[in-house]
Design a protein around this ligand. Structure first.
Ligand code: PLP
Length: 417
């Protein structure tokens, strides 16, 4: 057993020791204390969109740290937050006029749910039920878990999770079943429907078509059900466009963003909302304000990092970089998918996923074996059960991409059924 007192998330310590110690990182490379160079094939839990230690983001952090480190945000403000809110409202759908800051994807979801309930309270309607999509994942706080898939990872807390209405995943050939279920559930006046647009990430990298997302949005609008888009993972170009919603022409009532918001350098999240939702909390009645904060809400250094990310999007050909990476991945995925062991090869934007035939399920033995196999080959590649996905930083080069796809092919040969 390790003598470190550190307790790691989603890590079975008994199966994963020693834990690699990363000393520094740059671009798509991580360097460990034992002298290894590891290729970061998943952008360190999907966050480092522009690569590690992006010079513009690092400089913004350093500059801001020399000016203002932290300030209470309840009733106070600072320039980085003001700039960020204006910058976001300029590039996000115009209906989303208000920006609430928090610290992680999970809290952005908690805020979205609380905003939705506050909106209905203000309207004098008794609406509390939340609709969710099967296989969804929205974070690990109690509210975020409640709207996510139930399984072994939240079994201990199940009695505390609130009840939701689950809409079946619109798998190919079953889209109408999902839409009909949503229509029926919306007719019962729920408060909101929360979805990961186009791609259900942690729930298994399941992709569905833009026209289904558009139809879901229309159904919610028809029944006056708030539509919450959780773009914590899909946002910032991951699916090929700044937001996945764009591909469906969808504008949500509430939008959750985090991960790539700061280019993955430092924790920050936003929940953007329509004017109507903001107005439902506005006035002189102190019982009606939005009751959510944390000590570090809108940390100025994190906001400065997010402003640097916005500047990169403004000044650099990020969408072209993303399109190039998508194409470079597509050719490698096509070659990999010829392997007899590979099933369900799929791609959306910069994300590819394959399943290894043989075993499936989050707890299947193949998961830890694959993780160890990739680790021995100096790759950070962390499968979801038998699903291996690649989600690299946009700056990854061809030799590193080749190493990733070669290792997956090798795993198909080496790891038994
Ligand atoms: N929502 C989605 C779609 C996510 O993929 C995640 C994290 O992977 C979250 C929310 C939670 O974000 P965080 O881990 O920053 O709390």
């Amino acid at each position: 057993m390790s003598d470190s007192p550190v307790w790691h998330p989603f890590t079975q310590h008994g199966l994963r020791e020693p834990i690699p110690l990363v000393t520094h990182a740059e671009g798509a490379a991580l360097y460990t204390s034992d002298g290894r160079r590891i290729v970061d094939a998943i952008s360190s839990w999907w966050v480092t969109t522009h690569g590690h230690a992006n010079p513009r983001i690092m400089a913004a952090i350093a500059e801001q740290a020399g000016k203002l480190d932290q300030i209470i945000f309840a009733g106070w403000t600072h320039q980085p937050a003001e700039d960020l809110a204006r910058g976001l409202t300029a590039i996000m759908p115009p209906d989303l006029t208000r920006v609430f800051l928090s610290d992680s994807g999970s809290t952005s979801v908690e805020c979205a749910l609380k905003m939705a309930l506050g909106y209905w309270l203000d309207r004098g309607e008794d609406r509390h039920r939340i609709l969710v999509l099967e296989h969804g994942y929205h974070g690990d706080t109690i509210g975020a878990m409640s709207v996510g898939a139930r399984g072994v990872y939240n079994r201990a807390y199940a009695p505390l999770l609130f009840d939701v209405g689950t809409i079946p995943f619109p798998a190919a050939g079953h889209e109408q079943t999902a839409l009909d279920a949503l229509e029926a559930a919306c007719a019962e006046h729920p408060a909101a429907f929360i979805v990961e647009p186009l791609l259900l990430g942690a729930g298994g990298m399941h992709i569905y078509a833009p026209h289904i997302l558009a139809e879901m949005r229309r159904i919610c609008a028809r029944h006056d059900v708030l539509f919450i888009a959780d773009e914590v993972m899909t946002g910032w170009g991951r699916t090929g466009t700044l937001l996945a919603c764009e591909q469906a022409g969808v504008v949500p009532d509430i939008l959750c963003l985090s991960k790539g918001l700061t280019g993955g350098a430092i924790p920050l999240a936003v929940t953007m909302a329509t004017e109507a939702i903001y107005q439902a909390h506005y006035g002189t009645d102190r019982a009606r304000m939005f009751f959510h904060s944390s000590s570090y809400t809108a940390n100025p250094i994190a906001c400065a990092a997010a402003n640097a990310n916005l500047a990169i999007w403004r000044d650099e050909p990020v969408l072209k970089r993303i399109a190039d990476l998508a194409a470079r991945q597509a050719s490698r995925l096509a070659a990999l998918s010829e392997h007899p062991r590979i099933a369900n090869a799929r791609q959306i934007g910069t994300i590819t996923a394959v399943e290894l035939r043989g075993e499936d399920g989050y707890l299947s033995q193949i998961g830890p074996r694959l993780l160890a196999f990739f680790g021995e080959r100096d790759l950070l590649l962390r499968p979801l059960g038998n699903t291996v996905y690649v989600m690299p930083p946009y700056c990854i080069d061809d030799p590193d991409l080749d190493r990733i796809y070669a290792a997956i092919a090798e795993a198909c040969d080496a790891i038994g059924h």
